[in-house]
Write a protein that binds this ligand. Structure first.
Ligand code: HEC
Length: 110
């Protein structure tokens, strides 16, 4: 019974990740310009948020494929958060790949 439930959980995770997969061959240079609007909240410099009144996850230096998956999930509305869904809604697959490539390269020396 327990084992069955685990198998189901793994299976549904696999389906989720297939449904939200975007190819990660991003161009970090292009991503820098596209990431401009993100920095008001996900401030890269010193990781100080413009809006300290609520928690914003640190995404600089995050694994590229993780960022791609997160943004694709917000865009597909399989991950809930109204602000991020709105931010991701207008991004193309290429935008997501470029932005993820750029953020993944940030903060490495921190
Ligand atoms: C108005 C503020 C705001 C803006 C602008 C914004 N974000 Fe976010 N972002 C958030 C918040 C708040 C969360 C946490 C949401 C949650 O709990 O799921 C988040 C979560 C994320 C995550 C998931 C991080 C994790 O650890 O799982 C990613 C990736 C992300 N944002 C990328 C971006 C990108 C790329 C942009 C620009 C296109 C952007 N965000 C613009 C506020 C913002």
């Amino acid at each position: 019974m327990n084992c069955m439930r685990r198998k189901l959980a793994v299976l549904s995770l696999m389906i989720l990740s297939v449904a939200t997969t975007v190819q990660a061959d991003g161009d970090a240079a292009a991503g820098e310009a596209k990431a401009h609007t993100c920095l008001g909240c996900h401030g890269v410099k010193h990781y100080v948020n413009t809006y300290p009144s609520y928690h914003v996850p640190r995404i600089a230096g995050q694994h590229e494929q993780y960022l791609v998956a997160a943004l694709a999930a917000y865009r597909a509305k399989t991950r809930s958060h109204p602000t991020m869904q709105a931010n991701a809604a207008l991004l193309s697959d290429e935008d997501i790949a470029d932005i993820a490539a750029w953020f993944a390269l940030q903060g490495a020396s921190d």
